[in-house]
Design a binder for this molecule. Structure first.
Ligand SMILES: [Zn+2]
Length: 346
């Protein structure tokens, strides 16, 4: 660890927790929209762990996890390594209670687009500039990244997701997911050197393992998200020898064992309101009906079937997951459910 760890305006000496901001963008009022950051520099050497939340502006559960870990659970005097905490990565989205930046409608993480937003454009749009300063000031200084997102109601399964397609990060990602201890969905997608420089792709290219953590009930700070999140983060810190203690198994939530594999999205073939007949985490046989789409007279138009023997992990119904327009209602082609399988027989 350096004697002083600097992130934006926050400078932490060994054994200190400090706060500051990463300089962001300026509105037409000349008001500065900066990114708050907490920096904890441990007394002893070890890895630098970065926790980021609220890349999507309405997914706020990770904020509570970051604050609880850094302000209550970890003492810098006993820390081997350092922690950087960014409670709200995208203040432009958060300030308007929106999923994406209100100013240019872009996704800081580069999601949901054929030409994703990248973190390599210091002269780009407002959101591209935020991604750039986040990479420069926070992500590039980390050895481990915990990227905290949240599904909205109707609730999803609590899960992590890792991409094991890249030899530089695979082993650490598997160790992180195992320590965190919830349902883990595994992707296997090699990221080539010429892939767009999104925050996540830059992490892979630089050998920095970046685990996606999905809490539940996105718009409210609530349990079990805080308790499960804090336990999982502390478990990862124990696994990487940053703090003392035994790994604590997760409790109070459904957990699907084994290696889980995403099977894609089930879409609506009719429009209307939707009711769900199964809870995320319930095992289903292929062809089992898990939802009904009904019209405004109450007649059922479509009985939605599970395409495989597997599980629902979330019901991102309506529009794109988590957008403010999201309602328990669908149009033809809208997302109804994310589905996955596991290699453990139920
Ligand atoms: Zn998200």
């Amino acid at each position: 660890m350096p004697t002083k760890l600097r992130v934006g305006t926050a400078i932490a000496k060994r054994g200190e927790l400090q706060k500051g901001v990463i300089k962001g963008v300026e509105l037409n009022t000349t008001t500065s929209i900066d990114i708050p950051v907490l920096v904890m520099n441990g007394e002893k050497n070890g890895p630098t762990l970065l926790m980021v939340s609220t890349q999507h502006g309405i997914e706020i559960q990770g904020i509570a996890v970051i604050l609880k870990v850094m302000r209550e659970k970890v003492d810098p005097k006993n820390l081997r390594g350092a922690i950087i905490g960014v409670p709200v990565e995208n203040p432009l989205a958060f300030m308007h209670h929106q999923y994406l930046s209100w100013i240019d409608n872009q996704d800081l993480g580069g999601g949901g687009s054929a030409s994703p937003l990248t973190a390599d454009k210091p002269k780009g749009t407002a959101t591209e500039r935020l991604a750039y300063v986040l990479w420069q000031e926070a992500w590039s200084k980390a050895d481990i990244v915990l990227n905290m997102h949240t599904n909205v109601r109707p609730d999803s399964l609590f899960f992590t997701e890792i991409n094991i397609g890249n030899p530089k990060t695979r082993e650490k990602l598997e160790k992180m997911a195992s320590a965190f201890g919830v349902t883990n969905v595994v992707e296997n997608v090699p990221i080539p050197d010429d892939a767009p420089d999104t925050l996540a792709n830059l992490a892979v290219k630089n050998g920095i393992p970046d685990i996606l953590i999905e809490y539940i009930d996105g718009r409210w700070i609530s349990e079990p998200s805080t308790a499960v999140g804090v336990r999982g983060v502390l478990n990862i810190m124990k696994a990487f020898d940053m703090i003392d203690g035994d790994i604590e198994p997760q409790e109070g939530i459904p957990i699907i064992p084994g290696t889980c594999t995403a099977h894609g999205i089930v879409r609506a073939n009719r429009g209307g309101l939707i009711r769900f007949l199964k809870t995320p985490g319930d095992f289903m046989k292929k062809g089992e009906v898990f939802a009904e789409i009904y019209d405004l007279y109450g007649d059922v138009l479509e009985r939605v079937e599970c395409p495989i023997d597997g599980y629902i992990w979330a019901y991102p119904c309506g529009d794109i997951l988590g957008t403010p327009g999201s309602l328990q209602a669908v149009q033809t082609g809208a997302n109804v459910a994310y589905v996955f399988t596991t290699d453990v027989k139920s």
